[in-house]
Write a protein that binds this ligand. Structure first.
Ligand SMILES: N[C@@H](CCC(=O)N[C@@H](CS)C(=O)NCC(=O)O)C(=O)O
Length: 226
């Protein structure tokens, strides 16, 4: 059976978890405590960069979330989450990469910084810019590539719905708000939903974790280069 090394709140691992559920592929979840277990030698053998997600399929191992999504689509093509028509494919890829390269770092900025700081305001502006773009791209469709859902939803759909919890309501983006509500109503989204307590823990820990990771990485660099 497939094994997914993940952490419940991990913004990179959640799209994989959802994709496995949407494709109805049997899998086992292996939780990695990102408070330090990612630097343990047994985990570094799976991913030398010390990140989740990692997917294990028999004796094949895949790291990097977007590579994992491509692997799942190629190996388990039904139901398909990636359209073939060039324009739809481009739309889905745009959403995937704008979500990861613009929205995710902006969300990290919102989580790390205090409200009144310039860094927070930059993160807020970046979120607004991304949401305006995605609102236009979605247009009047139910999902980015029409029906059914695609990787655009399993990727952006794990990020956009958290914005209201970060004091960024979706009310100015009515199409994305309705899209987000449609996704949250799906059984698969409900399965991965964090409880209020998990979300508060995640927010609290988020401010200290990057500093811990930086320190552990410096130690690793010394080991790797000595
Ligand atoms: N580019 C990687 C990024 C993965 C990543 O940064 N994962 C975070 C969790 S959200 C992680 O494992 N952080 C722990 C660390 O960096 O030590 C991917 O897309 O899979």
């Amino acid at each position: 059976m497939l094994k997914l090394y993940y952490a419940r709140p991990s913004l990179f691992a959640r799209p994989i978890w959802l994709t496995l559920l949407e494709k109805q592929i049997p899998f086992e979840l292996v939780s990695v405590n990102l408070g330090g277990d990612q630097f343990e030698p047994t985990f570094l053998e799976l991913n030398p960069f010390g990140h989740v997600p990692v997917l294990i399929d028999g004796d094949f191992r895949v790291i990097e979330s977007q590579a994992i999504l491509d692997y799942l689509e190629a190996k388990y093509p039904t139901p398909s989450l990636l359209p073939q028509a060039p324009e739809m494919l481009a739309k889905v890829r745009m959403v995937q990469f704008v979500a990861l390269n613009e929205l995710l770092p902006a969300i990290v900025g919102l989580l790390l910084n205090e409200t009144a700081t310039a860094d927070f305001q930059y993160a807020e502006a970046r979120v607004g810019n991304t949401l305006r773009f995605l609102e236009g791209l979605l247009g009047d469709a139910s999902f980015f590539a029409g029906e059914p859902i695609t990787l655009a939803e399993t990727v952006a759909g794990t990020l956009i719905p958290v914005l209201p919890k970060l004091a960024i309501p979706l009310t100015s983006y009515p199409r994305l708000q309705a899209w987000s509500e449609r996704l949250l109503a799906r059984p698969t989204w409900q399965t991965i939903q964090l409880s209020e307590e998990e979300w508060n823990d995640f927010r609290r820990h988020f401010k200290v974790l990057p500093r811990v990771w930086q320190r552990r990485r410096r130690q690793r660099t010394q080991i790797l280069t000595s």
